[in-house]
Design a protein around this ligand. Structure first.
Ligand SMILES: C[S@@+](CC[C@H](N)C(=O)[O-])C[C@H]1O[C@@H](n2cnc3c(N)ncnc32)[C@H](O)[C@@H]1O
Length: 391
């Protein structure tokens, strides 16, 4: 059945209203997803559609206003929405493996003790610092990423470095090595003392060893760290300059003798930006071993849709950093897309602006301090994130 002009017009209008970089097809995809899954919470649809939660929330409002979605909890199609779904090709039955959630990694019984340790330790993690683009990978996701690298010969007998380790991936590697009675060395590098302290105290509790390196990657790695690692894991800030900087430091760490591997976690980008990511990898001499969409699952991270992709990168003999010396420009989302948000105290309705240059840079800071008028600690956001994404 050809798609009618009315449907085409509606898809284009919604895409324009939410400034969706995927265009009308991105809206059609959401309609197909909702129609294929029945009623689903917003977060689940965002994850499946791989869209930031605030973008999907804005799209939902537009689709509700046009009568395509029912109003109420969860997303579901109205009668009009179902007619539209049929025009768009109809529903399908999802075929992604529910056991591994598309990661391609199963967790054998042998590793369950490691998973349980990570779950226990997870409780003690520090609060996220959104100024550094932090967000925590769930323990199962953390372990899967290590097992993925284990299967690719990147851990046993290797010198492993995590550049930016709020996920405590280094702990997962150390616990895994102990479980296997394997020898390897693992280090965690981070600028955030709280992250390093958390890894240190957790490692001590579990009786495993992780080397800790306090360093700000906006300056190059110290000489003794260059060419000193076989495997690097890195989760850069969610911007292209952040990606380029962290990958450059990863290449400083491996050198370019060849044979080293880099495991990069990075949020999905809309197609126009994704092509720049691939261009950057090529310029840096990094071959793409594999790309697993949605591999990492996060607590929160609504801007990422709660997931990020895992890139398995092979360091070629032509590899070379593209950032030399100190980083001049900004790398964090808050620097490149500063946005001021307004929160309202649920108790006394006083409103506060949050963002760079304000008294409270993040909502976590306001919650900790409490409402200056009534001391309340719960707030509701008045204005949402802008619908564009950092890049
Ligand atoms: C974007 S967060 C990672 C978020 C999330 N775990 C992920 O997988 O996407 C970046 C990590 O690098 C650290 N980090 C941020 N800026 C840094 C800097 N200038 N130097 C060193 N580490 C930094 C953060 O503390 C955090 O551990």
């Amino acid at each position: 059945m050809p798609i009618s002009d009315t449907t085409r017009g509606l898809l284009a209008e919604v895409a324009a209203a939410v400034r969706l970089q995927e265009g009308p097809e991105g809206v059609a995809h959401v309609i197909r997803l909702v129609g294929s899954s029945g009623k689903l919470p917003l977060r689940d649809v965002a994850r499946a559609a791989r869209l930031p939660v605030p973008v999907l929330a804005a799209m939902r409002r537009e689709l509700e206003a046009r009568g395509v979605l029912e109003r109420g909890g969860g997303l579901s199609l109205s009668l009009l929405g179902m007619e539209m779904l049929n025009e768009l090709g109809g529903p399908w039955v999802a075929a992604t493996c529910p056991r591994c959630e598309g990661s391609g990694v199963d967790v054998p019984d042998r590793y369950h003790a490691v998973l349980h340790a990570l779950e226990r330790l997870w409780e003690g993690r520090p609060e996220v610092d959104v100024r550094l683009d932090q967000s925590f990978t769930l323990p199962l996701s953390n372990l899967r990423r290590c097992l993925y690298a284990l299967d690719r010969g990147a851990l046993l007998g290797k010198r492993v470095l995590f550049i930016g380790d709020d996920d405590a991936g280094s702990l997962a590697v150390a616990l895994l090595a102990r479980e296997l009675g394997a020898s390897l060395s693992v280090a965690a590098l981070d600028v955030d003392d709280r992250v390093l302290e958390y890894i240190a105290s957790s490692a001590e509790r579990e009786g495993v060893s992780v080397e800790l390196i306090k360093h700000d990657v906006r300056t190059p790695l110290p000489p003794e760290r260059r060419g000193a690692y076989d495997t690097v894991f890195t989760d850069p800030p969610y911007t292209l300059p952040g990606l380029e900087l962290f990958l450059s430091r990863a290449l400083e760490a491996t050198g370019s003798a060849g044979g080293a591997q880099v495991y990069l976690s990075f949020g999905r980008r809309p197609p126009g930006e994704a092509v720049r990511v691939v261009g950057l990898l090529v310029r840096m001499g990094l071959a793409l071993g594999a790309l697993t969409p949605g591999f990492n699952r996060y607590e929160g991270a609504s801007v990422l849709g709660g997931t990020s992709d895992l890139y398995h990168l092979l360091v070629t003999t032509e590899a070379s950093p593209t950032v030399h010396g100190a980083q001049e420009g900004g790398i964090y989302t808050a620097e490149l897309r500063p946005h001021k948000r307004e929160y309202v105290c649920r108790t006394c309705q006083s409103s506060y602006k949050i963002g760079p240059g304000r008294k409270w840079e993040t909502i976590e800071m306001l919650k900790r301090a409490g409402c200056p008028k009534c001391g309340g600690h719960t707030f509701e956001q008045r204005r949402k994130y802008p619908t564009g994404r950092a890049g």
